[in-house]
Design a protein around this ligand. Structure first.
Ligand code: FES
Length: 104
């Protein structure tokens, strides 16, 4: 079932930045890339469950704030130690100036 959820206004996320979004007991990280596209992943690092929204966005990469593990936030792919489990990713769209994610 399609379940699009409103996150925020598109201009509430700066380019090359990430915000935390909590919904029905789940936590997501929602990104705006340097090329102005929007993406969403699980909000917690797969290593020790730290909030990735506190991390650093660099190009296509989110760097975890705790042990500097890295993921590609567009694909969810873990990019090296200490992270080895990929993040889940979620469809994102911008509609009428609002960012929505499909939480499924
Ligand atoms: S908690 Fe994220 S790399 Fe360790």
């Amino acid at each position: 079932m399609s379940n699009w959820v409103d996150v925020c206004a598109s201009n509430e996320i700066d380019e090359e930045d990430v915000i935390r979004f909590d919904h029905e007991g789940r936590t997501f990280a929602v990104y705006r890339s340097p090329d102005d596209s929007y993406h969403a992943t699980d909000g917690l690092c797969t290593h020790e469950k730290v909030h990735l929204a506190d991390g650093l966005v660099m190009d296509d990469i989110i760097e975890c704030p705790k042990h500097n593990g890295r993921f590609n936030y567009k694909t969810g792919e873990a990019k090296g130690a200490p992270v080895c489990v990929n993040l889940g990713t979620y469809p994102v769209k911008v509609d009428g100036g609002r960012v929505l994610i499909q939480v499924g």
